[in-house]
Write a new protein. Structure first.
Length: 343
């Protein structure tokens, strides 16, 4: 059985430090054929490492019949048009990094294109594919408990710091963080960007236990780039906190507290092939611990292989991915209202 051909639109740190190493662990299931990046040096050097072809234009990826899967790892604003282009090129599957789009209108356009072409759409919400989390979620469901509180905390160094700790990257421009005191309009813009660029990672998990945004009771921008917010809906509370960049080690947790049970997940960095999250579910009968040698990105690529080879439906539907995006956008809109009321 021949390997599935992959083309990457965007050759930066996420491609280099996460996706390509993940593919390397999956034996001969995939082969990287093309790398596109607007920086010609990045495109050519990353491609050379994998025996692929580099370019500064995505069209050769769409036009290559041997490329069956397109991975979109470009800036957020380009995701929708690039996903749609891959669908119109007749690709079997598209993996789009988070977010799928930056508006619901764009997401609906993606759905239309995907339905017309039969292209399967995957979004890189890696923790939603994590085998340990999925097993723990089933254990929670079996308990019959109801979530009263959901907590998600993300503390990270900057992308260029943590990816360089894990792999020798082809040089990319260093991250630049805004200086000075942002005004309220800038804070709103940055909070929206944080919902679509950072909170979106675990919104599928949040929605498993807190499916509606409800009302944002508290929202604060944490400079240089982060947030703290509290949302309440139907008797449950969601607390989302994030901060970057910093000099601390990465720390990523997800927690659910119910009437009698507690789920707690410690997420490892995605750029280290260290297996799944470590997830504990504790209750009156004791504690269950879930862990796997496969991380979320590896499981995601395995799901793509099953869809391309065996026509297995994606485990997370496109409609679910669009609902995740709608939740993030609803959060951003409610944050705006909260900030206005606090002014």
């Amino acid at each position: 059985m021949s390997a599935i051909g992959v083309g990457f639109v965007g050759g930066g740190p996420v491609t280099q430090a996460i996706h390509l190493p993940a593919l390397a662990t999956l034996g001969d299931q995939f082969r990287t054929l093309r790398i596109m990046d607007v920086n010609a040096q990045v495109a050519d050097e990353v491609a050379a490492r994998y025996g692929a072809v580099g370019s500064t234009d995505a069209d050769p990826i769409y036009a290559d019949p041997e490329v069956e899967v397109v991975a979109i790892c470009s800036p957020n604003a380009f995701h929708a048009e690039q996903v749609i282009a891959a669908c119109r090129a007749g690709k079997k599957a598209v993996l789009c990094e988070k977010p799928l789009a930056v508006s619901i209108e764009e997401a609906h356009a993606i759905r239309t294109a995907a339905l017309a072409s039969g292209t399967a759409i995957f979004v890189g919400t890696m923790h939603a594919y994590d085998p340990a989390y999925l097993a723990a979620r089933e254990a929670w469901k079996a308990s019959g408990d109801v979530a009263l509180q959901v907590r998600n905390a993300i503390f990270l160094p900057s992308n260029d710091v943590f990816t360089n700790q894990a792999t020798e990257l082809v040089p990319v421009p260093p991250a630049k963080w805004p200086g000075g005191e942002p005004d309220r309009a800038m804070i709103k813009t940055m909070m929206r960007g944080a919902m679509l660029g950072l909170a979106i990672h675990d919104i599928p998990l949040v929605r498993d236990f807190h499916p509606e945004v409800g009302q944002v009771q508290f929202a604060e921008f944490l400079p240089p780039f982060g947030y703290a917010l509290v949302s309440t809906a139907h008797g449950s509370t969601a607390e989302l906190t994030a901060m970057m960049p910093g000099q601390w080690p990465p720390k990523w947790t997800f927690e659910v507290i119910g009437r009698t049970h507690r789920l707690r997940a410690e997420m490892p960095p995605s750029y280290v092939m260290a297996g799944s999250a470590c997830v504990e579910v504790s209750g009156p009968q004791g504690m269950q611990v879930f862990q796997s040698g496969t991380n979320g990105y590896q499981a995601l690529w395995q799901a793509i292989a099953a869809t391309v080879r065996d026509r297995v439906p994606p485990p997370i539907t496109l409609d679910t991915a669009i609902a995740d995006l709608a939740f993030a956008l609803d959060l951003a809109a409610n944050i705006d209202l909260c900030l206005d009321s606090a002014a």
